[in-house]
Design a protein around this ligand. Sequence first.
Ligand code: ZN
Length: 278
Amino acid sequence: MTSKEGLLFGTAGIPLSSKALTTQSGIERIHELELGCMEVEFVRGVNMSPQTARDVGNVAERRAIKLSAHAPYFINLNAQELEKMAASQERIIQSARVTALFGGDSVVFHPAFYLKDEPSKVYATVKNNLEQITAKLRAEGNRVWIRPEVMGRGSQFGTLDEVLQLSAEVSGVAPTLDFAHWHARTGKANSYNEFIAILKKIETRLGRKALDTMHMHLSGISYGPKGENKHVDLPESDFKYEELLRALNDYKVAGTLICESPNLEKDALLLQQTYRKL
Ligand SMILES: [Zn+2]
């Protein structure tokens, strides 16, 4: 295996060119396109039966496609009402259970909103919730990584530092590095040297192993003063994806890179082809 085979490219959800709108058909399409991974989208709810999850796992195993999952959007681990907090925890736990059934190793989620709270207070609340979630999963023998995502808007909890600190302090938690989000949020982080600085920071805070098992998101993105507006296709955005791919290659980063552009597999293939030509 060359080091380049250690980084897999795939789509956020079923590819647009899939024959049917099922996860199994999506995995078959990923295989035909010669991509390497797919994120199963539970963004509107965890609505996959245990039997379907096992079928999905069988197709993924046969085609050697690596799976992860995106938990529902309706999660706020800083919710003011206790019921909303409990429901948020439950959505992550349910996502992790189904993910374990289909043989995936990671659940991505949007952690919280600051609302009117100080970031340090929100951090403590989110951390406390994640400790409860990972303890419950561990008690069930579930080893799926719980991965808070680096978020694209200033109102959303999930700066690079917050996500890395949670990953360092809570066992079972690891980052989802969304480079498009971080660029949109900061207006920076869009050059080779800045990408290298991020990778160095991850290595310093979490160790080399984190770079060997990275989970990343990327898309084109349009943004304003408050951060992310919407995802667009990479060629229509200002994101310097070739510089990012060079940084990932030079730092020998391995793991998965999930493309969230509206055109899904088209940009996933663009990223994979660009990476392989480096
Ligand atoms: Zn996301």
